[in-house]
Design a protein around this ligand. Structure first.
Ligand SMILES: [Zn+2]
Length: 386
């Protein structure tokens, strides 16, 4: 029977080993995989390295690196665990695997660059465990979410589900703009509020619900109606994504113009009776709201929920879709609804999609914009002929 030393020597003879200097030259081309334990990884890593502890390497690697022709540099602390790891990956069919001889210890000794990962607390690891299991989110994605800032326009039908799911997902900062107080006619659909909050400002009611759901989330409450006068101050606080749940056209045009000028993507949602619409505006990569709707509909053809009614669950569906788009934008994964308008009919349960193109002559995001500062949005929306 072979001793550990003999086995290690044998494995080292069968795999490809490279030194720290050569590994450094391969940075950028090769994918570095750190096979140490979490405590070791937290103290410092090769920048950009993927963290896959040795004990989980075989079970996780195919999900993380499906392409077996990927050039991989494995490392541990001194080059033994990574030697066995290299052997295992070769047996799994990976063709270009090397083990860093001397490991991270030698890498550091050479004075090469290291980075110290921010890491989740044990509580956070449990709370977000179902995210950590998804390779597209994982530790890095969860940390990104915790550092993210999303501004929600409205704490009503759409803002309720989207804020709850974004909070549950661990989006670290949620701004909520709404001037209304909780009314009993809201509770048929606005699930972030409750009967004991009647008369309370919606932003404060939402803040209480969200912070009870997830103490990792900081809620910035703006108890005011979004206007040309306050939008610069609010957007100036810095947001990664805006979730627009406004129930009126002046606010939608205002949010659009401001977001184009600030370069913040907007996840748009709207609802009416059984019909919902969702899309993502992110110019210059896609159209803006004005590319889609150059002029607002005449007021008599554009009733709000208050006037037209809405099936209570519909904002739940549309707002959840908005949260999904926001999470993808924050994580930089998947495909968003940019350039696609999703049309939902809850009465027959059907989903249609129409392509929306950026309009080069759009007055705000086009090549020669004619609207470059805030206008009177109420007048703009009221003044259109019928
Ligand atoms: Zn546009």
């Amino acid at each position: 029977m072979a001793t550990y030393r003999e086995l290690l020597a044998q494995v080292k003879g069968e795999i490809d080993e490279i030194g720290a200097a050569e590994a450094r030259e391969r940075q950028g081309e090769a994918l570095f995989v750190d096979v140490r334990e979490r405590e070791e990884w937290e103290e410092g890593t090769v920048p950009g390295a993927l963290f896959v502890p040795r004990g989980r390497l075989e079970s996780r690697i195919e999900g993380l690196i499906p392409d077996r022709s990927t050039e991989i540099v494995l490392y541990c602390s001194v080059g033994s665990r990574s030697a066995f790891a290299a052997k295992a990956l070769e047996e799994l069919g990976y063709q270009h695997v090397s083990s860093l001889t001397g490991g991270f210890t030698d890498w550091k000794r050479n004075g090469f660059e290291i980075e110290t990962p921010r890491s989740l607390t044990p509580d956070q690891r449990r709370r977000y465990s179902r995210h950590l299991l998804i390779p597209e989110v994982g530790d890095a994605g969860q940390e990104k979410l915790l550092a993210s800032r999303v501004l929600l326009i409205g704490a009503g039908g759409l803002g309720s589900p989207s804020s709850l799911y974004l909070a549950a997902a661990g989006v670290g900062t949620l701004g909520i703009v709404d001037a209304d107080v909780v009314d009993d006619s809201n509770l048929q659909r606005q699930i972030v509020h409750s009967t004991d909050r009647l008369g309370e400002p919606k932003v404060l009611s939402a803040k209480r619900t969200i912070e009870a759901l997830n103490p990792d989330v900081e809620v910035k409450a703006y108890e005011e109606r979004l206007t040309s006068e306050n939008i610069e101050r609010i957007l100036g606080e810095g947001w990664d994504v805006i979730v627009d749940g406004a129930d009126n056209f002046p606010t939608r045009y205002l949010v659009n113009d401001a977001s184009v000028w600030h370069g913040i993507p907007v996840v748009h949602g709207s609802i009416y009776r059984f019909e919902g619409q969702v899309t993502v505006f992110n110019p210059p990569h896609g159209p803006c709201y004005r590319c889609l709707f150059p002029t607002p509909p005449p007021p008599e053809l554009a009733p709000s929920c208050a006037e037209g009614g809405v099936l209570g669950v519909l904002p739940g569906i549309v707002g959840s879709l908005q949260a999904n788009e926001a999470l993808k934008l924050l994580l930089g994964i998947g495909e968003t609804l940019q350039g696609r308008l999703l049309l939902l009919d809850a009465l027959v349960t059907s989903v249609d999609e129409v392509a929306v193109k950026r309009d080069p002559s759009c007055p705000v995001c086009g090549e020669h914009p004619t609207i470059t500062e805030y206008v009177d949005y109420v007048e703009f929306c009221a003044g259109v002929r019928g």
